[in-house]
Design a protein around this ligand. Structure first.
Ligand code: NAG
Ligand code: NAG
Length: 493
């Protein structure tokens, strides 16, 4: 692909991104429209609305109220908060215009929403984790300025949702905080099945977006996290945090931003196990996703957070010696993957554009059980290898079961751990040089060859030399023949 073609592709991609952006904005307008309807509820009179609201509540919230009460009454009784587990922040005095500080109002609403109902049966969640019954903090489609992190109270509880609005950090928000914090620091306290959904989180360059610490089964869905200086989303401890269908960027842009070289923060910082990031775009950050932990999976992630040429990394896997990470069907857009001493890493079905590549970085010389297979790589024909070894700390000495194969490459240098080649000679030695394609220097663990000769002679022949990733076969008398050979660096050593 020429640079021009690449540029066009890039433009096309940007258009797609812009379209996506528009959809998100429209979605948000839609939410605001709902807010208008809900607003009439707070001023108090629309019977039709009450009816609608009850239906809505009946669908969404488990309630002990018999349905007959809803349908038989010509004038429905006012809804009391004790029946509903939806807590509207505007009822607590939060300012949906974002002009005045709403921290206290939001915290009061959270504290009510997290009050454990007396009817809680505690059969739905983990032993000792109280069921909040699907209670919801409804942001009523507003934008709220906050000056301190919104923290859930220190109780073991779950089945709770925060949704439907925007949060924005004030100019004095603590720079080490996150706007929403599931901060269960004590081992006896835990949150389970908390959902953060349909939110815009603007850190206003005062710290991070969302922190999920020691929590179980947390969902972040359809969130747009921006203007963070530390982490867009921090996941530490706990497990099974699912981040999906979200947009994360330090600076709001659609690529090609003049500030790109200064992007500094981390999009998603995962310090834990068993998490999943699915269908997420990271459009600006120094590192798109930083992973230190095992059994995490990344799927459908589009990273164009900061170009590799400017020092950015799409996904950085910092779990040396014990990696257990899968990266599937993702899109590395001018920024790549770095894995330190990876042991069990799978990268497949992904698209690397603009010379993006996978760097395997040696700390103690370990690379084991790594598959980089069935990906597409596209570059500008300047000779950038698709997989590179960073041996600046130490050479790789423990190489085992590394398979780099079946990648389709245009405009970059193919690297592989298996290769096939042939050479014709009319003589006694045949040499095939695999040094340009094989990933590891001077490492052929397995060779298969055949010598194909026409005519009636039967020369004896032998594999004479496999050093420097070249193989040489020698015969006992001259013959016109073709050597066919396949070599493999991935066999168990
Ligand atoms: C191979 O070399 C021999 C001796 O030099 C010559 O006689 C023969 O024609 C050559 N065969 C081919 C296929 O070039
Ligand atoms: C094997 O090949 C390497 C380089 O290709 C060479 O330095 C070495 O001398 C060869 N060894 C033998 C036994 O021919």
């Amino acid at each position: 692909m020429t640079g021009g073609e690449n540029g066009k592709l890039k433009m096309k991609m940007r258009m797609v991104i812009l379209n996506y952006y528009c959809l998100v904005v429209l979605g948000f307008i839609h939410l605001n429209h709902h807010h208008v309807v809900f607003g009439s509820y707070s001023s108090g009179v629309s019977t039709a609305y009450h009816h609608y609201y009850r239906q809505y509540a009946a669908q969404r919230i488990p309630t002990t109220t018999p349905p007959a009460l809803i349908t038989l009454s010509s004038r429905p009784p006012p809804i009391s908060q004790s029946n509903s587990r939806v807590y509207h922040v505007t009822h607590y005095g939060a300012d949906p215009t974002g002009r005045s500080d709403s921290t206290d109002a939001l915290n009061r609403a959270i504290s009510d929403a997290c009050r454990i109902p007396s009817s809680s049966l505690n059969v739905n969640l983990l032993d000792g984790v109280a069921d909040l019954g699907g209670s919801q903090l409804d942001l009523d489609g507003g934008t709220y300025k906050i000056s301190r992190p919104l923290r859930l109270p220190l109780i073991s509880a779950g089945n709770f949702m925060i949704h439907g609005g925007s949060l924005s950090a004030s100019h004095d928000f603590p720079s080490d905080g996150h706007l929403i914090e599931l901060h269960s620091s004590h081992s006896l306290i835990s949150y389970e099945h908390i959902t953060l959904k349909d939110l815009i989180i603007n850190s206003n360059f005062r710290g991070g977006g969302i922190a999920i610490l020691n929590s179980l089964r947390t969902t972040v869905d359809n969130c747009y996290v921006s203007h963070f200086t530390t982490n867009g989303i921090l996941i530490r401890g706990g497990h099974e945090t699912y981040v999906r269908n979200s947009f994360i960027g330090q600076h709001i842009n659609a690529g090609g931003d003049p500030r790109e070289k200064d992007f500094s923060a981390i999009g998603i910082n995962i310090v834990g196990n068993d998490n999943s990031v699915t269908d997420v775009v990271i459009f600006s950050a120094s590192v798109g996703i930083l992973v230190s932990g095992q059994a995490n999976v990344f799927q459908g992630v589009h990273c164009y957070n900061k170009a590799a040429a400017l020092g950015g990394v799409g996904i950085y896997i910092r779990a040396p010696g014990f990696t257990q990470t899968r990266i599937l069907n993702s899109y590395f857009d001018f920024t790549g993957i770095v894995a330190e001493d990876p042991v069990q890493l799978h990268v497949a079905g992904s698209f690397f554009l603009g010379n993006a590549f996978v760097s395997i970085k040696s700390l103690n010389g370990v690379v084991s059980a790594v598959n980089i297979v069935d990906n597409m790589f596209s570059g500008d024909y300047t000779g950038v290898p698709i997989v590179q070894l960073d041996q600046s700390n130490a050479p790789f000495t423990r190489i085992d079961q590394v398979v780099v194969d079946r990648n389709s490459v245009r405009g970059m240098t193919l690297k592989s751990t298996v290769a096939r080649g042939s050479a014709w000679t009319n003589g006694t030695t045949w040499t095939v040089d695999f040094s340009r394609v094989l990933l590891f220097p001077n490492l052929i663990k397995h060779v298969q060859y055949t010598l194909h000769a026409a005519g009636a002679t039967f020369p004896n022949h032998i594999l004479r030399n496999i050093s420097a990733n070249r193989i040489t076969v020698e015969s006992d008398f001259p013959v016109s023949a073709t050597l066919h050979a396949s070599v493999d660096q991935s066999m168990v050593g």
